[in-house]
Design a binder for this molecule. Sequence first.
Ligand code: FAD
Length: 399
Amino acid sequence: MEQFDVVIIGAGAAGLFCAAQAGQRGLRVLLLDNGKKPGRKILMSGGGRCNFTNLNIEPAAYLSANPHFCKSALARYTQWDFIDLVNRHGIAWHEKTLGQLFCDDSARQIVDMLVNECDQATVTLSMSSEVLSVTRQPQGFMLQLNQRAVFCPQLVIASGGLSMPGLGASPFGYQLAEQFGINIQPTRAALVPFTLHKPLLEQLQPLSGVTVPAVVTAENGSRFRENILFTHRGLSGPAILQISSYWHPGEFVSIDLLPDLDLAAQLEAQRQAHPNQSLKNTLALWLPKRLTEMLQTLGQIPDVSLRQLNSAQQQQLELNLHQWRVQPNGTEGYRTAEVTLGGVDTHALSSKTMEARQVPGLYFIGEVVDVTGWLGGYNFQWAWSSAWACAQALPYPLK
Ligand SMILES: Cc1cc2nc3c(=O)[nH]c(=O)nc-3n(C[C@H](O)[C@H](O)[C@H](O)COP(=O)(O)OP(=O)(O)OC[C@H]3O[C@@H](n4cnc5c(N)ncnc54)[C@H](O)[C@@H]3O)c2cc1C
């Protein structure tokens, strides 16, 4: 039977980084994964360029049943620490928007960096490894893998959430937590496009591909200002993905299609200059033409000239364009979601070490934990920060 100081299950963002850090501290690390290649989600991330962190990391950008939990780890291993690492590996990067940092070249560079760090730390990487069972022993954990058994005093679960099963996502981490009596906060797909009820979907489908800068507000008041994108299945784009994390079935979202425009003042100016111009064509000055046509078909824009537009109609128009209320019928689910909300209950973990309070030697890091970030590099930063906190806390084996 083989023995390691620590076994880490999941060679994604959190597992790779934790393995490298623990290995560099001198621990003998086994990092195993059920997939053929490490870091599959990293490779897919950020459109292939990996949005690896954000300049504006702050705890308020994370959702959790315990919003304070993420603070310690994020403060101890920051975005600046990860940027230093990326710089040390000579990886060129740029800020795209809203503090989001991407590789200039390819997400592959981040995976290569993490694998190199693991190699330097003589981490044993074992791909295509299935964990058949985990049993608690007096001094640690016995893992039955396909074709071998491994013992370790410390076990780290970095198996991620449920999003994108095609990239290896599995409920393993939640099931293991439950095996050890640890509560799971209810999970649901997040950072995910909305689907729409059939009548609205059929009306909006011709807009597929149209993008509009907007402010989208959830019923709890959370709001995001970014683009929305009409798709053949419903609504997507960064503002929609962000708000999906705050949306519950049955709720409405409110969309301000003209967030920067004083519509009343602009209409008045246009009315003075072109009183006979149609309202629809006037609005096309500020909105995509296909969208104004669609909104007129939907009855949101009256078929009148500026001269004919009365004050009641104008008030309603302002509501329709600044607070367009849409009730999604659902989301596209885990198939396309970037992340999973909920997960291992943080009340069961130490925020300093990620160790389970009731199960010494068992740690949970990354997305499997009930900490979910906004779109824009926040989720990778949580993976790095939680992995680092765990790696620093792992004790050397008892002699
Ligand atoms: C398409 C896409 C794009 C994204 N883009 C970004 C982005 O640009 N920026 C950002 O911050 N976040 C992004 N995310 C989110 C980010 O990828 C995750 O939050 C992050 O990867 C979580 O890291 P993790 O290590 O906890 O889990 P993962 O990276 O998911 O790694 C978990 C690993 O565990 C393995 N595993 C699962 N079950 C088992 C099992 N039973 N046995 C053994 N191994 C197992 C999996 O194969 C996987 O390798 C994106 C997500 C997706 C899906």
